[in-house]
Design a protein around this ligand. Structure first.
Ligand SMILES: [Zn+2]
Length: 109
């Protein structure tokens, strides 16, 4: 069972109390962008085996959206943080680097 701590209300919520929202940190492309960029924004999502940044909503709690950094293979959770963040906070980056030393943050293209 996946358990995530809501960064807003601090509740440790089981997966059944949360609603998944897909990949986090998507770069948004509007209708004025190229067809390829707009198509990619609408339909292309990463589905990695390992480290992944995801959006979750505390649907049976405070109702707010947040981001989670976790490993999809081991279910290790590196941390959760507010959805308004453009990048994971330092403490989460540090936790990720401890497990994945070669990893470096890069925003979605
Ligand atoms: Zn909450």
């Amino acid at each position: 069972m996946l358990t995530l701590t809501c960064p807003y209300c601090g509740v440790k919520a089981d997966e059944t109390e949360l609603a998944p929202g897909g990949e986090a940190h998507l770069k948004r492309f509007g209708p004025e962008s190229s067809d390829d960029d707009f198509h990619g924004y609408l339909f292309s999502r990463k589905n990695p085996r390992g480290l992944h940044f995801e959006r979750w909503r505390h649907s049976h709690g405070c109702g707010k959206w947040f981001h989670a950094a976790r490993d999809t293979v081991t279910l290790q959770v590196f941390g959760t943080y507010p959805a308004q963040s453009y990048a994971p906070p330092r403490d989460i980056v540090k936790a990720i680097k401890k497990r994945h030393p070669d990893w470096a943050w890069e925003a979605s293209a």
